[in-house]
Design a protein around this ligand. Structure first.
Ligand code: URA
Length: 232
């Protein structure tokens, strides 16, 4: 890989900024200052430093964000603040949210630059589990829970796939679904003559929202978490 491509993929700067930084002597390869940014490097074996700090090459970056309820799930938006605005500094270019949470939905959102994984996690073929903690307008009955579990008519061609539903001691519904239709949870609650008053995603494809993360907090996935999500 060319040095300038490597450094730009690691978000050191644009290609022209990198050319300049390399010329100024800020970059070393295996301990030697290099002055040309178009040289070939081995991204996995060479020791490449920028201003004395090793630049680690990772093909993909995976970020877990606790989405607050006042940002939109998009890479950019003309008016509203987006989830990407919260990731600062951006550890890589080309990051995007995997799927979509409504603006007022909070909780676990995966952000990455791995298109293949994203495609797989969102594909209806793979039935990836998503668990939501749902505040409801009215108390749910056993009959409602049974209907939510068996599948309800939300106005699409097919009823919803079997789900898991229970109400905890604080009255919150824990709903695990295996598909990701538009406004699915809100429409499922409407189908049992109820209404969502708060919605938080607490797990997604083997990832769990950590208790110690506040709204807007984010971090890169641990190796174990990456393995868990990749094996979905
Ligand atoms: N279901 C919804 O209705 N909204 C979300 O944001 C996620 C699931």
């Amino acid at each position: 890989m060319r040095l300038d491509k490597f450094l730009s993929e690691c978000n050191i700067g644009t290609r022209s900024q990198i050319k300049d930084l390399v010329k100024k002597g800020f970059v070393t390869v295996n301990g030697t200052v290099v002055k040309k940014s178009d040289i070939a490097v081995n991204e996995t074996e060479d020791d490449i430093c920028f201003k004395g700090t090793k630049v680690n090459y990772r093909k993909f970056i995976y970020i877990l964000l606790n989405k607050p309820g006042d940002v939109v799930t998009a890479t950019q938006d003309k008016k509203a603040k987006t989830v990407m605005d919260l990731i600062n500094p951006l550890p890589a270019k080309d990051l995007f949210p995997v799927g979509r949470l409504d603006k007022d939905t909070t909780g676990l959102l995966l952000i990455c630059n791995d298109g293949e994984l994203s495609h797989r996690l969102l594909s209806p073929k793979y039935h990836v589990d998503k668990t939501y903690l749902v505040g409801t307008r009215d108390k749910l009955t056993g009959e409602d829970l049974k209907k939510l579990e068996e599948g309800v008519d939300i106005g699409d061609d097919d009823i919803t796939l079997p789900a898991k539903a229970f109400v905890d001691e604080d009255g919150f519904l824990h709903l695990t679904i295996h598909e990701g239709r538009y406004h699915q949870v809100k429409r499922m609650l409407e189908a049992v003559n109820n209404e969502v008053v708060s919605l938080e995603r607490i797990s997604f494809g083997g990832l769990k929202l950590p208790d110690d993360m506040d709204y807007g907090d984010w971090r890169e996935l641990t190796e174990d978490e990456i393995n868990a999500i990749i094996q979905q």
